[in-house]
Design a protein around this ligand. Structure first.
Ligand code: WQD
Length: 343
């Protein structure tokens, strides 16, 4: 059974492709390589021993997406494609509204058109959402019924797409949709062949830490140590990308097995501070991670971690990897690929 992965050559998409093959599915990768690299497909072949179908193009090209849906007839679609840098979204809001919301509209319209031609296969979608839709939570841990808000165009685009999916399911009950709210994905496949490869200066903590450890960056700037947290630095729910990938497989199996549409948090239910991550990474890598305390980053919240109970109840899924394992796997990827996929 084929599964279409839009943005399938990206960080989460590539790890999900491996997990899908291991679960007996046949991934089809759709990617325009705007924020990923063709080398990923070669790495996936080395990991899985299978050559994955690649559709190189843009999810915004609705007619092209309709055509590939007719050719491949996937039983499900996982929508990863989109831009995801919070800071960039503030500077370039139209890029985010166009690519993220426009891309989702294009994909959904293509799926609806092809479904109308052959109603035998219910349109089945897993959507890559984000804990960012919770804005600054009033308390932690966060459950799915917490109020949503947005503090930047990236988070706003995720929130709008969630609302589009709710309206679509209400209008057409044939749709089966699983919305996954990721917390903080980190780590890499244990082979060290695929991993996180941000373009330019990393926005996120873990890739910045790995680049300091490998000598690409001089030191880490810790954005604030005066938060109301145990050590004063920001606390987040870091989740191993392998657990995240397993969550996508569980979501697809639930929907394909006739389950109702759902929205769940994918997190560990544990919070770790910036300094917890620094110390765990130094232990895992054996490398120092020098840091300096810097001013708070605008838009950051003090604490954000998940209550993952609903995902466990609905999907039979829970995160299993520890922070130490996340750091060890991230280090194996970075130390083996100091320049990411650019060689
Ligand atoms: C984590 C902690 C920072 C970098 C964002 C998006 C979210 C998702 C993950 C896309 C915070 C601190 C960071 C650095 C630091 N993205 N930090 N120095 O902001 O929780 O979430 O990325 O899906 O949607 O909102 O993740 O890794 O940027 O920050 O001190 O150089 O690390 O202040 O406390 P964040 P992050």
């Amino acid at each position: 059974m084929k599964i279409l992965l839009t943005g399938g050559a990206g960080y989460i998409g590539s790890h999900t492709a491996v997990a899908l093959i291991e679960a007996g599915f046949e991934p089809v990768v759709l990617d325009n390589f705007a924020n990923s690299h063709p080398v990923v497909l070669e790495r996936l072949q080395r990991i899985t021993g299978q050559t994955m179908a690649l559709e190189r193009g843009d999810v915004l090209d609705t007619h092209w997406v309709e055509d590939l849906l007719r050719r491949h007839r996937p039983v499900g679609v996982v929508h990863f494609a989109g831009d995801k840098a919070v800071g960039e979204s503030v500077a370039l809001p139209l890029k985010y509204f166009h690519n993220n919301i426009g891309g989702a509209v294009s994909l959904l319209r293509a799926m609806q058109t092809v479904h109308a031609e052959d109603p035998s296969t219910p349109p089945t979608l897993v959507f890559s959402s984000s804990a960012t839709v919770y804005g600054d939570p009033a308390s932690v841990p966060i459950t799915e019924d917490f109020p949503r808000s947005h503090t930047n165009p990236y988070g706003h685009s995720k929130l709008v797409i969630e609302d589009m999916l709710s309206a679509l399911c209400a209008a057409n009950p044939a749709w089966r949709v699983g919305t996954l709210r990721y917390f903080n994905p980190v780590g890499a496949h244990p082979s060290g062949l695929i991993g996180e490869d941000p373009a330019g200066i990393p926005n996120n903590l873990m890739p910045y830490v790995t680049q300091v450890a490998v000598g690409q960056r001089e030191h880490l700037n810790v954005y604030g140590n005066d938060y109301p947290t145990p050590d004063g630095t920001g606390v987040r729910d870091y989740i191993h990308v392998q657990d995240l990938a397993a969550g996508h497989v569980a979501a697809l199996k639930t929907l394909l097995g006739g389950g109702e549409s759902f929205t769940v948090n994918l997190g560990t239910g544990k919070g770790h501070s910036v300094l917890d991550v620094v110390h765990a990474f130094e232990k895992a890598s054996g490398r120092p991670v020098p840091y300096q305390i810097a001013p708070r980053r605008p838009g950051d919240v003090a604490q954000c971690w998940a209550d993952p109970a609903l995902a466990q109840r609905l999907l039979g899924w829970q995160a299993r990897h520890t922070l130490d394992e996340m750091c060890a796997d991230a280090w194996r990827w970075q130390s083996g690929n100091p320049n990411g996929y650019r060689g």
